[in-house]
Design a protein. Structure first.
Length: 242
């Protein structure tokens, strides 16, 4: 494969990976607390090109990362909707251990436990779950303390993770700590806001603009591949004439 075609093909592959990330971000543009996936581009240099003048530098996506910047907080009026202002995460009990999420769209299960939309128990400070009386009003203070008719029933466990490089996405809207050296701590600078939800930080408009940009790059690289193939075809024909 000639250099032009090889470089264009590498660019096509990296743009396809970008399209997959963008499609997932756009699909979750309305998912509460969703954090967008981004990519770092880099260049791959073929070993043989370092020892000669051969063109061997190709574009690749070096790695993916999750943009943890905060989304916009909007009012919902639902007393069980809770948003976090700051860098903390809600701690919930998943099928295989503790998970972390920014989506505070909670509900009271049939057994009285406060759970996520997926049915995972929301953890309290010093407690594996929080039990509420669904028939009584719920008041949640800025520090996560939950009261019903003036009586404290628990406090939301809000965790702060200093090294977010040890966080990996688990399912749609959850994170799991995969680095054993990373230890969550109580979030000191995070404020809890009741009757509000944090929106996705993946805006639909931003995603659409990036999608158009990547598609145009993809089309340009396709033309480069076609040009390389045509040049090779003509070169073969000219050699055959000689």
């Amino acid at each position: 494969m000639d250099s032009i075609t090889a470089i264009a093909a590498s660019g096509l592959r990296s743009r396809m990976e970008s399209l997959e990330l963008l499609a997932n971000n756009i699909a979750n543009a309305t998912t509460g607390g969703y954090k967008a996936d981004r990519e770092f581009y880099s260049l791959y240099v073929a070993p043989e090109s370092q020892e000669s003048d051969t063109l061997g530098t190709m574009p690749v996506i070096e790695r993916h990362y999750t943009d943890l910047s905060q989304g916009v907080i909007t009012s919902t009026g639902n007393p069980l909707d809770v948003a976090l202002s700051g860098q903390g995460f809600f701690s919930v009990t998943g099928p295989n251990g503790t998970l972390y999420t920014r989506n505070g769209s909670f509900r009271v299960a049939a057994d009285g436990k406060l759970v996520t939309a997926d049915g995972y128990a929301v953890q309290g400070v010093g407690a594996p779950n929080l039990t509420l009386d669904a028939s009584r009003p719920v008041d949640i203070a800025s520090d996560g303390t939950i009261q019903q008719q003036g009586a404290v029933v628990g406090q939301l466990a809000i965790s702060e993770i200093s090294n977010t490089g040890g966080l990996n996405k688990q399912g749609g809207n959850y994170f799991r700590i995969t680095d054993p050296t990373v230890k969550p701590a109580a979030a000191a600078a995070t404020t809890v806001e009741q009757r509000k939800l944090e929106t996705s930080n993946s805006g639909g408009t931003e995603g659409a603009v990036r999608l158009v940009s990547v598609m145009r790059q993809f089309e340009m690289l396709q033309k480069a591949v076609a040009l390389g193939v045509e040049m090779n075809r003509r070169a073969v024909e000219e050699v055959a004439k000689i």
